[in-house]
Design a protein around this ligand. Structure first.
Ligand SMILES: [Zn+2]
Length: 90
């Protein structure tokens, strides 16, 4: 009986560890080239996983939001990205 509990506990520990690593990954800033690719509409076609990460990350990282907002001037329009992700008030 105790061996079953040990196996279940190990499985649960592995599951929790993987989830924590996944959550931690959402907080890691991508490099500026990925943000540039995203801004210019290339990232989704080129690297869907990075695109999904960046979309999630932009919701929680003010630094990357500011980088993206800095790219969006009145003269340069983003190419195919969600407009609500860019703060034009800054
Ligand atoms: Zn960031």
């Amino acid at each position: 009986m105790s061996i079953v509990l040990i196996i279940i506990s190990c499985g649960l520990a592995v599951f929790v560890f993987r989830r924590l690593m996944e959550i931690k990954g959402h907080y890691q800033c991508p490099n500026e080239l990925k943000i540039q690719d995203y801004f210019e509409g290339r990232l989704k076609k080129r690297d869907k996983e990075s695109y999904d990460h960046l979309i999630t990350h932009l919701g929680i990282c003010e630094k990357c939001q500011n980088i993206l907002s800095g790219m969006a001037t009145k003269d340069v329009k983003p190419n195919g990205i969600e407009d609500h992700l860019i703060d034009r008030t800054a």
